[in-house]
Design a protein around this ligand. Structure first.
Ligand code: BES
Ligand code: MN
Ligand code: ZN
Length: 507
């Protein structure tokens, strides 16, 4: 885990292995990012030639670009790393927080193998301090649990110490922002680890046991329904999806209670520890990364722990709907009818549309506690990835609250987009034999899934559904603060939403 400190030292004197400065894309080459006194000290040590040197080295100032320079005399750290910030902000403006977050992340990734980096990026206000802190910590991540010693040598270990150079370091608001960034990054790291853990090592029972072993240490209550309790309770969705697997399903409730809270936020996460598709088996090419299908549950769990660790004045209850979707002689068949928790029956026409089945049970259970708002998070549909690409969360739900969640995501720099639920798609829910069927027409599949979930949520409740099938897992190259593999997407949005709930600001 990476340590974080704010410091008002100059970039010239800070004792570190590297100093990170920002460089923007000027009209005729790279320009030093204005607004960082510490970075200006580095330039002064070069006699004002830093931008010219960067240009000579081919730097342009574009996003994700890093350029290394041996430090000039007068800078204590041996290495200066210039990270691109993209376009120069409009006159008088500052870099937006997400630009800083990504740049800090790219720099932290580039510095893997170093121990201590000092970030001299332009931090004009507390939001910028938070963004640089978050980006640096989120970029300093590696998943090595399943590697032999020879692979995880010190040459590629993430930074162990991040110092953010900040003239307001002594300010209370800055200290709080740094503390929040640290908790957030640790919880994002926890979710990434869970997603990256191979599916033979993270079954529903192992996930539940991990929660039971960890959450109480943060003051979070845990309740687990095992397969017997699920059968007794009538959780037909979780049982139906899990019955083909030798690793039985679990429902986990994690609850953080704030003494003076007046609002309760319920979070429900899809936790398919491996999605083979079941009898409607996925073809090769579509199943290699399906360990990521518990990403919603990992996000929800991490968000509850973050809210608890920060002592937010709001109750947050997380529901983790955990099952493994496998084909076997005991698996649910296309054509089977399941009786969900609460009594609705569902004809399962495609066993690969399993997320909505485990979520249906968990949504009904969550709503028994009458929360003030409900958000479910799920790697639910390939259709949403077709619609929005691999980096954008699809947000569905009740109109006003859906838009509020979208705005909340924008506030914390997470890409999302509000999606409609066209009324005619609800026609596809009709089954000839049961109350509902689990698949409809192919077109609009991500929106149809929203209609299905809505059947399990009271009409008068604020509800949002986050489809993170694209952004939960980065199968491509790392970028900004996003590593390969599990990303921990939507935790920042949920944490901010919990803060808004604490402020009575849910609309
Ligand atoms: N877990 C998948 C969705 C998914 C796709 C997640 C790509 C991550 C990346 C989900 O369970 C699924 O298989 N959905 C089907 C639904 C269809 C059968 C109606 C899909 O999207 O193809
Ligand atoms: Mn599936
Ligand atoms: Zn799935």
């Amino acid at each position: 885990m990476t340590a974080l400190t704010l410091s008002n030292l100059s970039a010239a004197t800070v004792p570190a292995d590297a100093v990170v400065i920002g460089v923007a894309k000027g009209e005729s080459g790279p320009v030093l990012a204005a607004g960082s006194t510490p970075a200006a000290a580095v330039d002064a040590a070069t006699g004002g030639t830093l931008a010219a040197t960067l240009k000579t080295l081919g730097a342009k100032g574009g996003e994700n670009e890093v350029t290394r320079i041996a430090s000039p005399d007068g800078v204590a750290a041996p290495l200066v790393l210039a990270v691109g910030l993209g376009a120069v902000p409009d006159k008088g403006g500052a870099f937006d927080p997400e630009t800083l977050r990504r740049a800090a992340g790219a720099a932290a990734r580039a510095l893997a193998g170093s121990a201590h980096a000092a970030f001299a990026l332009p931090v004009a206000d507390v939001a910028a301090v938070a963004a640089v802190s978050e980006g640096a910590l989120l970029g300093a991540y590696a998943f090595t649990a399943f590697r032999g010693r020879e692979f995880d040598g010190a040459d590629s270990a993430p930074l162990s110490q991040v110092t953010v150079l900040d003239e307001g370091a002594a300010d209370d608001a800055h200290t709080r922002a740094a503390q929040r960034a640290l908790v957030l990054a640790e919880e994002v790291g926890r979710a990434r680890d869970l997603v990256n853990t191979p599916p033979n090592a993270l079954t529903p029972a192992v996930f539940a046991d991990t929660v039971t072993a960890t959450a109480p240490g943060f003051g979070v209550d845990v309740e687990v329904w095992d397969e017997e309790a699920l059968a007794e309770g009538g959780f037909g969705g979780l049982l139906g999806v899990g019955q083909g697997s030798g690793a039985p399903p679990r429902l986990v409730r994690v609850a953080y209670r704030a003494p003076a809270a007046t609002t309760t936020l319920a979070l429900v996460g899809k936790g398919i520890t491996y999605d083979s598709g079941g009898i409607s088996l996925k073809p090769a090419g579509h199943n290699e990364t399906m360990k990521c299908d518990m990403g919603g549950a990992a996000t929800v769990y991490a968000a509850v722990l973050a809210a608890a660790r920060l002592g937010l004045a709001v109750n947050v209850t997380g529901w983790l709907a955990l099952a493994e979707n496998m084909p076997s002689g005991t698996a649910t068949r296309p054509g089977d009818v399941l009786t969900m928790y609460g009594g609705k029956t569902v004809e399962v026409l495609n066993t690969d549309a399993e997320g909505r089945l485990v979520l249906g049970d968990a949504l009904v259970k969550a709503c028994e506690e009458n929360p003030d708002a409900l958000v479910d998070v799920a790697t639910l549909t390939g259709a949403m990835v077709v619609a929005l690409g691999e980096r954008t969360i699809g947000v569905l739900g009740t109109d006003a609250f859906r838009d509020l969640v979208h705005e909340t995501a924008a506030e914390v720099g997470e890409e999302s987009w509000p999606m409609p639920m066209p009324a005619e798609l609800a026609e596809g829910l009709k089954s000839p034999v049961a109350d509902l069927q689990n698949v409809g027409p192919r077109l609009g599949g991500g929106l149809f899934a929203g209609h299905f979930l809505r059947e399990f949520v009271p009409a008068d409740l604020r509800w949002a559904h986050l489809d993170i099938a694209g952004p939960a897992y980065n199968g491509g190259s790392p970028h900004g603060y996003t590593p390969k593999g599990g990303t921990g997407v939507a935790i920042r949005t949920l944490l901010r939403l919990a803060e808004r709930a604490a402020d009575g600001d849910l609309g």
